[in-house]
Design a protein around this ligand. Structure first.
Ligand code: HEM
Length: 290
């Protein structure tokens, strides 16, 4: 973190490298420091292994960074959706690009976690009992905002109104794809009412009229450039979502094999079934029909 600050001699000539560090601000008894601004004491205080196992540090760190990226993705999706709702497409495209890049970081995290072997994991597995990523509120928010909805997923959050409330709101509100379809309708495409007013608590199903609308967009990209760019950005998001899921599944397989998950599901079997889910069905089918 650097750049212009109040009261700093930014216009002074650049010092030689050997003296540069000496010119840095060093008295933070009254001024906000880097660590204060970022609340690094709080951040480090959250890192609390329960055992002495070396790899528990890695396990906690990867979950923490993943949660931070997921929170950022939720924020970007909500901001993009608020603008899409008003018919604006340029700024949401930029926000969705950020989502795509953040997803890449999430997926890269598996590379670090995979250095943990099953034997390493078993050193601390007993410590966290029934805790599981299945109970990640941020992950569920991302799924709900993207349209993968299942009211059962609310249950682990029932005891926490602060986490449950936003999930319920997202479950009943439009998904990013619902907003894209609303935009198509506002631009004159024939999107059926049954699609625009569908039961949002359920996953969307492929609809022929929606597919015809996207076909028109993909056949006339210059005329509908922003809709086309939005559709391809959503495909990027789903593509990355699939990669994260696939890498999670592979990491889980190599760490716990076919054991049940700590969250109570069948484990690998449950995660494998999630791979079949399609978020934006018409955007994948359009490729076959073009
Ligand atoms: C070796 C490490 C890991 C193992 C063995 C593991 C295992 C599992 C298993 C078996 C499930 C299925 C639910 C259950 O019964 O628990 C699950 C779900 C989940 N895990 Fe992990 N996991 C690991 C790392 C991570 C990490 C680093 C994250 C990052 C946030 C994560 C996020 C999730 C999420 C979001 C779900 C819910 C997926 C869904 O419902 O589709 N997991 N995990």
């Amino acid at each position: 973190m650097s750049g212009g600050t109040q009261g700093g001699p930014e216009d002074a000539p650049a010092p030689g490298a050997e003296h540069a560090a000496e010119q840095a601000y060093s008295d933070f008894r009254k001024n906000l420091s880097y660590g204060d601004y970022l609340r690094l004491d709080d951040l480090r205080a959250a890192h609390q292994p329960i055992t002495d196992a070396h790899d528990e540090h890695l396990f906690i760190a990867i979950h923490h960074v993943s949660e931070v990226w997921l929170d950022l993705i939720v924020r970007e999706l909500l901001a993009a959706m608020a603008l899409l709702e008003r018919g604006i497409t340029d700024a949401p495209l930029k926000m969705l690009t950020r989502v795509v890049r953040a997803q890449e970081q999430l997926t890269n995290a598996w590379e670090v976690l995979k250095t943990m072997t099953p034997a390493d994991y078993l050193q601390f597995r007993h410590a966290f009992g029934q805790a599981s990523g299945f109970q990640s509120q941020s992950y569920r928010m991302v799924e709900f905002l993207l349209g993968n909805r299942n009211p059962t997923m609310l249950r682990p959050h029932a005891h926490r109104p602060d986490l449950h409330g936003p999930l319920v709101e997202a479950l009943h509100g439009p998904s990013v794809y619902d907003l894209a379809l609303r935009l198509l309708s506002e631009r004159g495409f024939a999107i059926p009412d049954e699609v625009l007013q569908r039961d949002r608590t359920q996953k969307p199903e492929l609809n022929e009229a929606v597919l015809q609308a996207w076909l028109e967009v993909y056949r006339n990209t210059e005329a509908y450039w922003d809709l086309y760019a939005l559709a391809e950005k959503l495909v990027d998001v789903e593509d990355n979502f699939r990669r994260w899921r696939f890498n999670h599944l592979t990491t889980v397989s190599r760490t716990i094999g076919m054991k049940r998950g700590s969250g109570g599901t069948s484990g690998v079997g449950y995660l494998r079934s999630a791979l079949d889910h399609v978020l934006f069905p018409e955007l994948w089918e359009v490729r076959t029909r073009l």
